[in-house]
Design a protein around this ligand. Structure first.
Ligand code: FDA
Length: 393
């Protein structure tokens, strides 16, 4: 009989295992993948954006926005930074409080594995869980590597979300939640690029690889960050952020030159530099490639500024400042960093993530209906929810 079995050797599962084992609990982590923490290794472009200086509950989406507050306030970004520092892992702030490893994401994974090893938590990979049932006050698991059932007092579900199935992601945690009578909110891809299928696709293709700092809005939510044109549509941090707030059929409003009033810039340029071409002038605010493609797409003639009329400039200004785009969809779980939705938090304790329906059953990390913004917020939720559960285990 184990004290604790954790399903999922990802960010939340490994951190919870280490902390529960440090308290003297016997802990076994099961994962069907052949390597632990695959998403950690891939994260942050290989440098793992492991937390953010500015963690706030407002940076998380959930049907129950207050739920994340307790765990986030009890295990903070400063606690995790302290752990990273104690392990001698060099890191830096990239921008907006986002902390990345100087070297590789494997620094964070190795730190978690070291913590597990030092505390005596065992990790068993390439193990499928065929069946889970209630067994007295505990649980009985049928696993692929043993014909005898595995017994545990507490069971922690840390199987993450369905994004990037090639890394071992699955909807298993949602199935277990439903099996034990929990509600699961519908799940959809988030922090994900948009696809474009109408004539705009050609412009995106032509500008593929170009990036611009923009302001993007969907409903009441806006983000200022970079937009990246891709062969299939739009990406970049601004788009990934807004995708979490986007529903199929919505338009997103994009200001391609935030902080500028291109019509008044034009007025003074026309007076002082009348013999400059519109394209050359626009390239001064963007890039040569962008200016060329943008004017062509909007069928705006590249004349001298002196010969460019007010109506043309009004049209150009509207196209740049109020660009309304209706994405066809998203790149889906294949490219999404996270999934929105998951286990309904009103049926979990916000203090320790324990099921309010089945004592001894815990849900932590991304499987729970708590999804962070881009920038280290999702890992901080994994650490904080794992620490909250470990306190109770
Ligand atoms: P996680 O996905 O880490 O772990 C789940 C584990 O469960 C996996 O090991 C999986 O194999 C296992 N599992 C699943 N189904 C199973 C089953 N049926 N049986 C057994 N085991 C099973 N966040 C951030 O804050 N900063 C960043 O830089 C990034 N970057 C990033 C890049 C990319 C490409 C992706 C896809 C995601 C990110 N993220 C991120 C998001 C971050 O990776 C994510 O929020 C956390 O990994 C979630 O941690 P969990 O432990 O909940 O799930």
């Amino acid at each position: 009989m184990k004290d604790v079995v954790i399903i999922g050797a990802g960010a939340a599962g490994l951190f919870c295992a280490a902390r529960a084992a440090q308290k003297g609990r016997s802990v076994l982590v099961l994962d069907h993948a052949n390597h632990p923490g695959k998403k950690i290794l891939m994260s942050g472009g290989g440098r793992c954006n492991f937390t953010n200086y500015y963690i706030e509950p407002e940076c998380y989406l959930s049907q129950n926005p207050h739920f994340c507050k307790s765990a986030l306030s009890r295990y903070t970004q400063w606690d995790f930074i302290d752990l990273v520092t104690r392990h001698g892992i060099p890191y830096h702030e990239k921008k907006d409080g986002q902390l990345f490893c100087d070297n590789k994401s494997s620094d964070i994974l190795n730190m978690l594995l070291d913590e597990c090893r030092m505390a005596g938590a065992t990790i068993q990979l390439e193990t499928s869980i065929n069946e889970i049932s209630r067994d007295g006050d505990g649980f009985s698991l049928q696993i692929s590597t043993d014909s005898r059932p595995l017994k545990t007092r507490s069971l922690v579900i840390a199987t993450g979300g369905p994004s990037i199935p090639s890394l071992g992601a699955s909807g298993f945690g949602y199935d277990i939640a439903e099996q034990f009578g929990h509600s699961v909110f519908p799940v959809r891809a988030a922090l994900v690029p948009f696809t474009i299928t109408d004539q705009l696709r050609n412009l995106c293709k032509a500008l593929s690889g170009s990036s611009l700092p923009v302001s993007v809005t969907c409903g009441q939510k806006s983000f200022n960050d970079d937009l990246l044109f891709t062969h299939r549509g739009l990406s970049g941090p601004a788009i990934l952020q807004i995708s979490s707030y986007w529903q199929s059929g919505d338009a997103v409003e994009i200001n391609l030159l935030p902080g500028l009033d291109i019509a008044s810039e034009f007025k003074s340029a026309q007076a002082e530099r009348g013999k400059v071409h519109l394209k050359t002038w626009l390239a001064g605010f963007t890039t040569q490639k962008f200016a060329e493609q943008w004017l062509a797409y909007h069928e705006i003639e590249d004349r001298y500024l002196a010969e460019t009329g007010k109506k043309t400039i009004a049209r150009l200004a509207a196209s740049l400042h109020e660009w309304s785009v209706k994405p066809a969809g998203t790149e889906g779980y294949r490219k999404a960093e996270v999934a929105i939705g998951g286990v309904d938090t009103t049926e979990l304790s916000s203090k320790d993530m324990e099921s309010l329906k089945v004592p001894g059953l815990y849900f932590i990390g991304e499987v729970v209906d708590v999804t962070g913004h881009l920038g280290g917020f999702n890992f901080q939720w994994a650490w904080a929810s794992a620490a909250a559960a470990a306190e109770a285990l």
